[in-house]
Design a protein around this ligand. Sequence first.
Ligand SMILES: CC(C)(COP(=O)(O)OP(=O)(O)OC[C@H]1O[C@@H](n2cnc3c(N)ncnc32)[C@H](O)[C@@H]1OP(=O)(O)O)[C@@H](O)C(=O)NCCC(=O)NCCS
Length: 160
Amino acid sequence: MISLHLPTLNDGYAVHRLIKSCPPLDVNSAYCNFLQSGHFARTSILAKAGDQCVGFISGYVKPEDANTLFIWQVAVNDSARGKGLASQMLDSLLQRPNLHSVQYLETTITAENKPSWALFTRLARRLEAELNKIDYLDKQTHFQGDHESESLVRIGPFNA
Ligand SMILES: CC(C)(COP(=O)(O)OP(=O)(O)OC[C@H]1O[C@@H](n2cnc3c(N)ncnc32)[C@H](O)[C@@H]1OP(=O)(O)O)[C@@H](O)C(=O)NCCC(=O)NCCS
């Protein structure tokens, strides 16, 4: 059975290993995942099957826009995919009392990441909110050709 949790500092390394096992996600340092699990716990969410970490969403409220939750990464272990877990984690995150005043969600997605587009398109439908996208990080301009371009997706307003 899968349960959802507020991450703690102790989850940081398991999160690091989960992200490593979830291409095409960029692997950040373990230190980054410790900060997400500690400092950003209230805007992130962890899924466990028993004591195994099978899902993680890292997010933060934009420093200069308290209305907007930015979702950094969504990861679900291969064994737990296709059962609605990522959607459940997003819904649960948005229901947290500390996020009740948030009216927009932003994330970035590469053109070919179909599961991610499906996930956020479905979320916008559940929230009955608009989904808009703009070019954000360009393969050549920002990544010198080393990484696919990322669109910035903005969903909202919701909770209006
Ligand atoms: C993207 C990811 C988090 C989805 O997790 P999940 O728990 O399987 O997602 P859900 O079961 O909640 O499905 C959400 C939607 O995506 C769709 N979806 C899931 N996997 C899919 C796939 N491989 N291809 C196309 N659509 C897919 C589902 O059908 C569902 O849409 P629907 O409700 O219209 O049917 C997971 O595949 C993953 O970790 N991928 C690797 C990392 C990644 O790319 N993360 C996203 C970038 S932030």
